[in-house]
Design a protein around this ligand. Sequence first.
Ligand code: F6P
Length: 323
Amino acid sequence: MTQIAVLTSGGDAPGMNAAVRAVVRMGVSQGWAVHGVRNGFTGLIEGDFVPLGLRDVGGIIAQGGTFLGTRRCDALKTAAGQAVALRQLHDRDIAALVVVGGNGSQRGAAALSRGGAHVIGVASTIDNDLPDFDVTLGTTSALEVALEAIDRLRVTASSLRRVFLMEVMGRDCGYLALMAGVAGGAEAIVIPESTVEPESLAQEIRAAYQRGKSHAIVVVAEGARLNAEQLAAYFAEHAERLGYELRITKLGHTQRGAAPGLVDRMMGTRLGVAAVEHCVAGHHGMVLGILNGQVSAVGYPVLKTDNRPIDAHLLEVAHILAR
Ligand code: F6P
């Protein structure tokens, strides 16, 4: 009987469970044995495999996080760790391994692919930093959390005429901050891809109040040159001159803990289905994601794992739209 395995790796992302569910149910429909690997590449190296049947994935489509568990795994960055992982797959006669994860995880998966394993990746990270695809699995649900937070912050900010700095995740990629800022109607957006000096930010806030606004929401990416705390420290240091009382809300991991919305449930499902269909066709050595609305496969040797270039036009019009 053909054996396949599936693991989730790196930061959990809403929709990972939908992808695993689809891999299991599609795999079983082929008459294959499907194994889950617990805790990402760490579990792979340790041989922590668990057989997964139809009922084992019941109800998980609605759950955030990953029921298989995940880890950041430094061992897989080493040749020794990769050799152990490859041996685990070989000894269990695993015909294909599906790796659901973001750019770091797909780099690890690429190493296993180069080492001879048949690997198919599913692009999944809230950071959306796999630029070969439109949007990665989990990003949209994480953005919904950020939007809800902005909407709530505006209520209290308006009541007290306050300035809020809302920091979002994204590592060194400003995508989450830009999207949340534009869709949330933020007065200013601070991202790693564009330098914003505290003085010009203060000027933007002042201008917003002068235009009659009763609040100012600044969305700050955690990877920006100055993060929310550093910006707030600057404003505190120059409080007399700048005159604003800032409050910081750091969304942090709450964004990752979102329940998957429609977009991510469907995306996880489509990508998990496609992963098994590629296995059936004998394809491997590729990452699957959504490009132009369609499932698209990008080979590991050419996969881009650096940040996506920011949409400069959107950033520019964000200033106009915030007026
Ligand atoms: O890569 C996903 C992500 O949530 C980033 O946005 C964030 O910088 C990082 O993971 C946090 O990692 P950890 O959960 O290991 O603290």
